[in-house]
Design a protein around this ligand. Structure first.
Ligand SMILES: CC(C)(COP(=O)(O)OP(=O)(O)OC[C@H]1O[C@@H](n2cnc3c(N)ncnc32)[C@H](O)[C@@H]1OP(=O)(O)O)[C@@H](O)C(=O)NCCC(=O)NCCS
Length: 146
């Protein structure tokens, strides 16, 4: 059975190991700092005590979207993919959001994951996401740029 645990200093390394499959180079200090100071929530999911997935998200309220959840990171361990764990994590986050009175679960999807999100009944948002490279380091388009 899938179980969610809030990240702490003890399970953090496992969380970083799985998250690193999506976010190359992510480290322990970064996730601990984001959780401590930026309202970033990280959950580590295990299946029978075996760590299998990670979600990083925030609850926030904006005038345009109302109270909602924004899913920043979702990754299922390579060894555990294709077993319904990604869907179960999404269902858990939907439940968490609904319980808090949230209206939406938003995310920035990558192309390779679109079939998964479509299977989970997500729909495309009409607004176009734009970005401006404020830092000179971001000015050459890099695949690792956020
Ligand atoms: C995307 C990801 C989270 C899916 O997790 P998963 O546990 O393998 O997915 P599930 O087994 O829960 O699949 C749920 C449904 O999506 C479908 N699906 C999953 N991946 C798919 C793919 N690549 N193409 C088509 N359908 C797919 C499954 O067939 C299943 O459909 P069904 O329930 O109707 O049979 C996982 O592959 C992953 O972590 N990928 C790397 C990181 C990543 O891309 N994260 C998302 C960033 S936006």
């Amino acid at each position: 059975m899938l179980r969610a645990s809030t990240m702490n200093t003890e399970n953090c390394d496992e969380l970083v190991r799985i998250l690193g499959q999506l976010r190359k180079g992510v480290d322990r200090d970064t996730v601990l700092r984001l959780a401590r100071t930026e309202g970033y929530m990280f959950l580590l999911y295990d299946d029978g005590n075996v760590p299998v997935g990670v979600a990083g998200y925030r609850f926030l309220e904006t005038i345009a979207r109302g109270f909602h959840c924004h899913l920043h990171d979702l990754c299922v361990d390579q060894a555990a993919r294709g077993r319904g764990i990604g869907r179960a994590i999404i269902e858990h986050l939907i439940e968490q959001t609904t319980q808090r009175g949230g209206r939406w679960l938003f995310l920035d999807g990558i192309d390779s994951a679109l079939p998964f999100y479509q299977a989970c009944d997500f729909v495309r948002h009409q607004a176009t996401l734009l970005k401006y490279p404020c830092s000179p380091a971001m000015r050459s388009d890099s695949p690792t740029a956020p």
